[in-house]
Design a protein around this ligand. Structure first.
Ligand SMILES: *Cc1c(COP(=O)(O)O)cnc(C)c1O
Length: 486
């Protein structure tokens, strides 16, 4: 299996070669030359597999240069009931992403697939935990070291730290805005005592942190000498790891391959739902893929109109589903590549236009950049959006009817999923976080605290380990250089 850039100007690489990298050298994103296909016979065999064995079967179609026995061991180490232990009462942790029926009405069925039972209570663990194991494995093979440098306002940073903690050859340097994360998120990250994890609290806002990450990525000499890498959402292995739970959800919700299911996905950077698109391209019988956004509705706008218009910072809202507060969707280019039938010259031109003019228009007609919006239906995509009031209403409604507390991102998903209920086609909403992470809004909706999984009762009281630093690139670089152990 070879990987090529969406923009067509990078040499083909194998899975291990793109594992540690980010963008392709031509500024595009990596995709397989051709999507591997699944047969009906394979799907039948996969129905009874454990999550870890299913992950192995899916991964082996993409990571063809990793010896199968090693891949299988990595999948089992990653997807164990012990790692995904934060299942709710009544859920079976050994299923890793347990599926439950939420409601049945007029012949249509709404299900919830729990992706957030991992160490940081958000779905990013599903991919990041595998990435941690794959990185450690690959680095050990090449006797190499990696220093991960990133910025976070919450979910990604903690998922990365919990995935990399204690891993040989890896250190993590994570910037976050000082005193701007929730007490719970701060405690989750700062209570890690592992010597390979470095939390840097920056006196500034998230944008200051991100600017410093950009400044360091542009310093190629520093990056090379300090072996700096990233784990952002465009990483191909993260996307592949997410493909697995679409298979699991489908196989758990059906009994035969002539049935279809739809998925609704709370979306921000288009990473999660891009994995659903890939599962569908592989032949998984998915009917609709519904992108649910919050007030930051770039994706909803595109799927309704064919116009992709990225937002400026002033137009990017801070919402109560903050992990979906994005102004442009970093994985979107992968889908556009497929929508344009792999025409990498046009992909390159469109995303150049995103940089220079802030977007593009595929709705057809005079002045547009193409008419491919007419083909969207063939890819199953639909979309909808949700507001703060919708989240409060949905959280209350689900609590009252079914006795389950859902988080704000999942509430965006449930709200939109209900608008697309179709008799005879089960609709699976992906649960992307547990409510304990976004307790403020749960209090607002329900007038009480969200339940916390065992072991999280008092995390705010644990000793914290972090460095406070000015928003000063030179100071951050000096700190990194002094602690990489190179
Ligand atoms: C990251 C995140 C999302 C958005 O996922 P994308 O892959 O960026 O679309 C949704 N919900 C939660 C809780 C998240 O952490």
């Amino acid at each position: 299996m070879h990987y090529v850039s969406t923009r067509g100007h990078a040499a083909a690489q194998n899975f291990s070669e793109i594992l540690l990298g980010g963008l392709a050298p031509d500024g595009g994103l990596y995709l397989p030359e051709k999507y591997p296909q699944v047969t009906g016979a394979e799907l039948d065999q996969w129905r009874s597999l454990s999550y870890a064995d299913l992950a192995f079967e899916v991964l082996k179609k993409f990571a063809t240069d990793v010896p199968e026995a090693d891949l299988k061991a990595l999948a089992h180490k990653t997807y164990s009931a012990d790692v995904y232990r934060n299942a709710r009462a009544g859920e079976d942790a050994s299923q890793i992403t347990p599926l439950r029926v939420l409601e049945e009405k007029d012949g249509s069925k709404l299900l919830l697939q729990a992706l957030s039972n991992g160490p940081t209570l958000a779905f990013k663990d599903m991919a990041m935990q595998l990435l941690g194991s794959l990185f450690e494995y690959t680095l050990a093979k090449n006797d190499a070291k990696l220093n991960i440098f990133g910025a976070t306002s919450g979910d990604t940073g903690s998922a990365a730290e919990y995935a990399m903690r204690g891993k040989k050859g890896i250190r993590v340097f994570m910037l976050s805005p000082h005193k701007k994360m929730s007490a719970f998120q701060t405690a989750q990250m700062f209570s890690l005592q592992d010597p390979n994890i470095f939390n840097i609290a920056v006196e500034g806002v998230f944008d200051d942190c991100q600017d410093m990450v950009k400044a360091v990525s542009n310093d190629h000499a520093f990056k090379a000498s300090q072996k700096i890498g990233t784990v952002n959402s465009i990483n191909w292995a993260r996307v592949v790891a997410q493909v697995v739970y679409y298979f699991r959800g489908y196989l758990s919700a059906t009994t035969s391959n002539d049935q279809k299911v739809s998925f609704t996905v709370p979306s921000g950077n288009f990473g999660n739902i891009c994995a659903g698109h890939i599962a569908r391209m592989m032949g998984l019988p998915i009917d609709k893929l519904v992108a649910a956004t919050n007030e930051n509705d770039v994706l909803d706008e595109f799927f309704r109109t064919g116009i992709y218009r990225v937002r400026k910072s002033a137009e990017t809202y801070h919402t109560s589903s903050p992990s979906m507060d994005i102004s442009k969707a970093s994985n979107f280019e992968r889908f556009i590549h497929d929508l344009l039938d792999g025409d990498s010259e046009r992909v390159r031109a469109l995303f150049h236009k995103v940089e220079t003019e802030g977007g593009f228009n595929l709705a057809g007609g005079p002045g547009s950049d193409g008419d491919e919006f007419a083909k969207i239906g063939g890819f199953g995509f639909q979309s909808g959006k949700s507001t703060h009031q919708d989240r409060l209403d949905t959280i209350r409604d689900i609590e009252q009817r079914y006795g389950i507390t859902i988080d704000t991102h999942t509430a965006d998903g449930v709200k939109v999923a209900r608008e697309y209920a179709t008799p005879g086609v089960p609709m699976i909403v992906l649960e992307t976080a547990l409510p304990a992470k976004f307790n403020e809004t749960i209090r607002e909706a329900l007038g009480r605290d969200a339940e916390r999984p065992a072991g999280f009762e008092n995390i705010e009281a644990l000793p914290q380990r972090f460095e406070v630093m000015a928003a000063d690139v030179a100071q951050v670089k000096a700190f990194i250089a002094g602690h990489t152990g190179l």
